[in-house]
Design a protein around this ligand. Structure first.
Ligand code: COA
Length: 326
């Protein structure tokens, strides 16, 4: 067994910014309501002709430049997304080919907003076991295309973007522990009903919003706070690291109130927690790698730092990874 480290980070968001003031012109909402209930001010939304692979490509190129690597140097490409370009092929295949890396392994991971946490666990295992020397993991989403734009309860929450990391085999191991979980007993809490094999053959049986995000906000809120806390505690216990030794916590950016509640209970000071929700909203599987890339570029992460990545999402699903920055 070898070790793994992150040698490159990158992020990308579409140019078009939808701020709270614009949303006020769409339906009965206010900047005050959105800011106080979520912490969000702006989100980036793709244009008509941009898809998930376009955003993934932007993040991948930045990560390659940061690592000073060429696309051919990467052995496998993995994209975590809930909204691929197509039902198939996998978006990772499209991204790898557009980078000019043909013949490489490429596959997608679909586990909602927990995609980056699950992806980091799986890709780290691929490197640590010696299967691959270098793997690119990208979280990329275009949920602005999946929300019901007339539903103020969900349309304000989601944004588009992509974040990427390049993992490389190393002598010292950055991967300290992972804790993953799921509970699929009540999928309707966070669901897009249409688009899969439960779709009725007679399209008229589907209600017109069936291909849009349905969410029971309060239920998700309670679940999110609980699982952020328990997953962080469990992953730190596995790693044998005390909460007081965590230098940076990078949570999924779904709601500032969820983050604040979890931080308070975990007793981790707010200045150790990376928050950029005001700029991007909830970008699902992209939110943690975007925040990591921004944290690295801002000098907030230093060699030797202990980082906790923690997230939750549809499934329901959740997870945390403890990582020592190299
Ligand atoms: N603007 C103004 N009012 C809004 C609104 C908006 N954008 N969205 C909802 N409201 C209204 C509701 O209709 C409700 O009105 P009512 O009392 O007349 O019925 C009122 O605000 C309160 O709704 P409630 O659902 O109790 O608000 P909340 O404090 O729970 O906040 C969420 C709603 C969605 C922000 C919050 O529940 C949340 O963030 N949940 C988790 C979502 C999440 O993380 N999803 C992604 C998981 S990966």
């Amino acid at each position: 067994m070898t070790g793994v480290k992150i040698v490159g980070v990158g992020h990308y968001a579409p140019e078009r910014i939808v701020d709270n003031q614009e949303l006020e012109t769409w339906f009965d909402t206010s900047d005050e309501w959105i800011t106080s209930r979520t912490g969000m001010k702006r989100r980036h939304w793709t244009s008509e002709n941009e898809a998930t692979s376009d955003l993934a490509l932007g993040a991948a190129r930045m990560a390659l430049a940061h690592a000073r690597l060429e696309p051919k140097d990467i052995d496998a490409y993995v994209v975590a997304t809930v909204y691929p370009d197509y039902l198939f092929p996998a978006t990772a295949c499209i991204v790898a080919s557009r980078l000019g890396a043909v013949d490489k392994a490429a596959f997608d991971i679909e586990i909602g907003c927990s995609g980056f946490i699950y992806g980091l666990t799986v890709t780290s295992a691929l490197v640590r076991s010696g299967v691959y020397k270098r793997v690119m993991l990208i979280g990329a989403e275009t949920l602005s295309k999946l929300v019901d734009r007339e539903d103020r309860g969900t349309a304000v929450l989601f944004g588009d973007g992509a974040g990427a990391v390049i993992l490389e085999a190393a002598e010292q191991d950055s991967f300290l522990a992972s804790e993953l979980g799921s509970d699929g007993s009540n999928p309707s809490i966070l669901l897009v009903k249409a688009g899969g094999s439960r779709r009725p053959l007679d399209e008229r049986a589907l209600d017109e919003r069936a291909d849009r995000i349905h969410m029971e906000g309060r239920e998700v809120f309670k679940f999110a706070v609980t699982k952020m806390i328990s997953a962080t505690d469990a992953a730190l216990a596995k790693a044998g690291i005390a909460k007081s030794d965590v230098n940076v916590l990078i949570p999924h950016q779904a709601n500032k109130r969820i983050i604040d509640a979890a931080m308070k209970y975990l007793d981790i000071p707010p200045e150790r927690c990376m928050v950029n929700i005001q700029e991007y909203g909830n970008t699902s599987a992209a939110s943690i790698p975007i925040a990591l890339s921004e944290a690295v570029n801002a000098g907030r992460v230093k060699p030797g730092d202990v980082i906790v990545f923690v997230g939750f999402g549809a499934g329901l699903s959740w997870g945390a990874v403890v990582w020592k920055w190299a």
